[in-house]
Design a protein around this ligand. Structure first.
Ligand code: ASP
Length: 591
């Protein structure tokens, strides 16, 4: 090794030893005759002293040295003079007096400060990712990620799981997104698909008898671009045979609690994760990924508002649609402009408008355009139902229930943010269970799987598949943390006839089902055990544990929201020869 110790290692007990260190120049201070260098490596920093009195040659060399130069230093560990210790640095009691200084490599001036957490434009950070990764924040995150994955591997290994790799070049697996395709050179016109997840393969591993499988799996989805989405991401992919739902929930809960305790910078709100039905989540929070760090719950007021003279409420209630409200403490003084900002959010989520009431902070008197449509008794009943207090703002929605959920769910989230209720110093987990098998949509014609087509309906609901498919509940479960879906899974279908039936309901013809999923359907005829699984998203969970708002901060080489890599300029054009070999023609190119 070019070094005997790391830059974070030396302490008082090493005083008197001759050591070799190697690392980057974090900072250099020229005190005239003496130069101090903070030498940094992954483990920390050590102060190196280069004294012209000891060696003019070393001193002259040190004068040329700049930030981020790579140095090797030989020297003696000495105790710092009394009063000169640096209590902020683990190595702050000592310094190394250099006897030899070697520049292993000079460095250009970096485009941003490595040593200090300054605000840097993210595209610059992504272009020079290898320098960004040298900074403390990312180093901490990347190492935290390593520890999380190590914890997962150890935890599952102790519980008899087998880690199995599955192919990256495979057949299209429908998880609802678009596939990334890879053309085959040897089979012109044919394509592989990068896996959206190893879903089919892990189920086939259950048919193969492995019983407990996991993999730290890369997944690829060519979805519409969004600020915080990555075209490739990592899941802890798992599948277990002979289990029931609660076995999986208990196992994952133990894994999460153990992992958070061991590696997370942000603590758990509770080691018991509440289990909430999909229906309850929608009714109370307007979303199936509720953020339980704060209240602002949706309250049903259909019975009261339905009797009011406000036509929209009365008509909706009469039609069986809900009238719901949330109470926002202390926002009764919102200006017209602030209320219209909220109205915009409501409209963006499908509302035709936003009805509000404000309670006067002093008198508690209820104000707002719609109050005049309510009798005094109705207003009192509303106040009681909502537990409203002077100074509160009340936000109402009435429409088809999915619109009401979307509108008030979005407003709840917005107000949680505005009121600073999203405590960044806690991880609040919950399970959402008892999902409908088919997605609830405004038009009821189409049956799209709520999770994916391999998810089992609840046994008792199977007969409903023939009569009322939208009433069928499934064995799907999602793990939610701070408003993010951090894992999704289900007990699977393991019988061919049922799988075929679900495929048909989703809209696959006999031929399509055989062509795309023939291998799965066939496998189910060779003794497929009952099985189920789940796939926690590693990037998001690590971001939450690191207290980072964005998954890019916990990925070594993330892509931009436009799915590009700024460092290597990817995606990029390829040589005509490569296209020819693949028998591909490009019809148009980006400007
Ligand atoms: N394959 C699923 C997903 O990626 C997870 C699972 O059902 O295990 O969401």
């Amino acid at each position: 090794m070019l070094k005997t110790h790391s830059c974070g290692e030396l302490r008082g007990e090493h005083v008197g030893q001759v050591v070799k260190l190697a690392g980057w120049v974090s900072r250099r201070r020229d005190m005239g005759g003496v130069i101090f260098i903070d030498l940094r490596d992954r483990n920390g920093k050590t102060q190196v002293v280069i004294d012209s009195g000891r060696s003019q040659e070393n001193f002259d060399l040190a004068q040329q040295i700049r930030s981020e130069y790579v140095l090797q230093i030989t020297g003696e560990v000495v105790r710092r003079l009394a009063g000169q210790e640096n209590p902020n640095l683990p190595t702050g009691d000592i310094e190394v007096t250099a006897t030899e200084v070697t520049v292993l490599n000079p460095a250009k001036t970096p485009p941003f400060q490595i040593d200090r957490e300054t605000a840097v434009d993210e595209s610059l950070r992504l272009k020079f990712r290898y320098l960004d990764l040298r900074r403390e924040r990312l180093q901490r995150n990347i190492i935290l990620r390593h520890k999380a994955i190590k914890f997962i591997r150890d935890f599952l290994d102790q519980r008899d799981f087998v880690e199995i790799e599955t192919p990256i070049l495979f057949k299209s697996t429908p998880e609802g997104a678009r596939d990334y395709l890879v053309p085959s050179r040897v089979h012109p016109g044919k394509f592989y698909a990068l896996p959206q997840s190893p879903q089919q393969l892990k189920q086939l591993l259950m048919v193969a008898g492995y019983e407990r499988y996991f993999q730290i799996a890369r997944c690829f989805r060519d979805e519409d671009l969004r600020a915080d989405r990555q075209p490739e991401f990592t899941q802890l992919d798992m599948e277990i045979s002979f289990v029931e739902r609660d076995d999986i929930l208990d196992l994952i809960e133990a894994l999460m609690v153990g992992m958070v305790k061991e590696v997370s910078l942000v603590p758990l709100a509770s080691a018991q994760f509440p289990r909430i039905s999909y229906r309850e989540a929608m009714e109370r929070f307007g979303t199936d990924r509720p953020d339980l760090r704060y209240g602002l719950e949706l309250v049903d007021i259909s019975d009261i508002a339905g009797k009011s003279a406000f036509r929209v409420f009365a008509e909706n209630a009469a039609a069986g649609n809900p009238v719901k409200a949330i109470r926002v403490p202390g926002c009764g003084n919102y200006s017209r402009k602030e209320v219209s900002e909220l109205e915009e959010i409501a409209k963006a989520n499908g509302a035709k408008g936003l009805a509000t009431m404000a309670l006067d902070p002093d008198t508690g008197e209820m104000k707002g355009f719609i109050t005049k449509f309510f009798t005094v008794d109705q207003l009192i009943a509303l106040t009681e139902r909502l537990e409203a207090e002077p100074g509160d703002l009340l936000l109402f929605a009435s429409d088809e229930k999915l619109v009401v959920y979307a509108v008030l769910g979005a407003l709840r989230e917005e107000m949680g943010r505005r009121l600073g209720l999203k405590d960044t110093n806690e991880l609040s987990f919950c399970w959402v269970i008892d999902f409908p098998l088919f997605e609830e949509t405004l038009e009821d014609e189409h049956y799209a799987p709520s999770h994916h087509m391999f998810t089992a309906p609840k046994r008792a609901h199977i007969p409903l598949l023939d009569t009322d498919p939208h009433a069928v509940l499934s064995e799907q479960y999602d793990l939610v943390c701070n408003g993010f879906e951090v894992a999704g899974g289900s007990i699977r279908i393991h019988e061919r006839p049922l799988q075929r039936k679900i495929m048909e309901l989703i809209g696959f013809s006999w031929e399509e089902a055989e062509e795309q999923f023939g291998h799965m359907l066939e496998a189910f005829e060779y003794g497929a055990p009952p099985h189920g699984g789940i796939a926690p998203g590693i990037d998001r969970i690590v971001a939450l544990m690191a207290g980072e708002p964005n998954i890019r901060e916990v990925m070594a080489f993330p892509k931009t929201a436009q799915a590009t890599d700024l460092m290597s300029d990817t995606p990029s054009y390829v040589a005509q020869k490569q296209l020819d070999e693949l028998q591909l023609a490009v019809l148009s190119q980006e400007e």
